[in-house]
Design a protein around this ligand. Sequence first.
Ligand SMILES: [Fe+2]
Length: 348
Amino acid sequence: MRRTPAIALPLLLLTACGAPEAQRTTPPGADSAVVNVYTHRHYDTDKQLFARFTQETGIRVNVISAGDDELLSRLEAEGANTPADLVITADAGRLGLAKQRGFLKPVKSAVLDANVPAHLRDPEGNWYGFTMRARVIAYDKTKVKPEEVRTYDDLTKPRFKGKVLARSSENVYNQSLVAAMIAHDGPEKTTAWCKGVVANFARDPKGSDTDQLLAIGEGLGEVAIANSYYIGKLLTSDDPARQKAKGLIGVSFPDLSGHGTHVNVSGAGVVKYTKNEANAVKLLEFLSSDEAQRLFAEGNMEFPAKPGVPVAAVLQGFGPFTADTLDLSQLGLHNADAVKVLGAAGWR
Ligand SMILES: [Fe+2]
């Protein structure tokens, strides 16, 4: 997901099919067959799922898309007047922040408790993860041996001087990776890791995760930090511009200090001032259902949260891995420190 500028941009009010909704015809709360969603996710799978939800329940899904920080600012500014019923982000850190700032309300649902494992949701029910992604190392198979990229620490070794590709530290995925490291190893060791990675950069951070993968294809670096689903999408892409990278890239699930690979979730929480709570919970339950979980897995190459739903074949091909079971609310708690550590290390 691209980082959007922190300045307040005009927000788009979209219907589930993506057409701008010229004007709200009923005040928030007056329509019992609606759910208003603030989302940072921009994937086609989500549009399909919202349309399917409407078909099955008759509940219309109004979508407001924006960057995660903008959505949080908007919830803050709107307070009790917010039209939002459900907020969706692609980062547990942001969900944790939304909870800390009092934007969410705890909900109880036997369906959600059954479908979403405990480590992928807030213990008090303020938010629920519905997909998981791993932050992995992609490497050039022709230049790097798998045993050279077993841990995140490997990225700091002299072996990879001038070879490491990564996006900017403004990106929340990197912030949450570093927040997880701080949670496990403390700020000092984490600062040293960030400095080591910066010292090995192939170029100044720029672009998306996918841009780092394409840069491997261009020979601009040998290893890149990226989310697993971007690699799944690249490896199943017919786009001629992606074929060079597609032929070169291998995947390592690096270990973080004996805890396994850093994972994050996309998830959602019901907004404290919701006027359509039952509909919001219904949509949340739908997103955790087999039907939705299968589409997240096949359509967006994410790991389904619900146990037993098959992982996409291309991801299975990466092999098994151990996911760090760190309580993901820690990502929000350590976000500010992560931003400081990244800044202190000179990771732009
Ligand atoms: Fe993304």
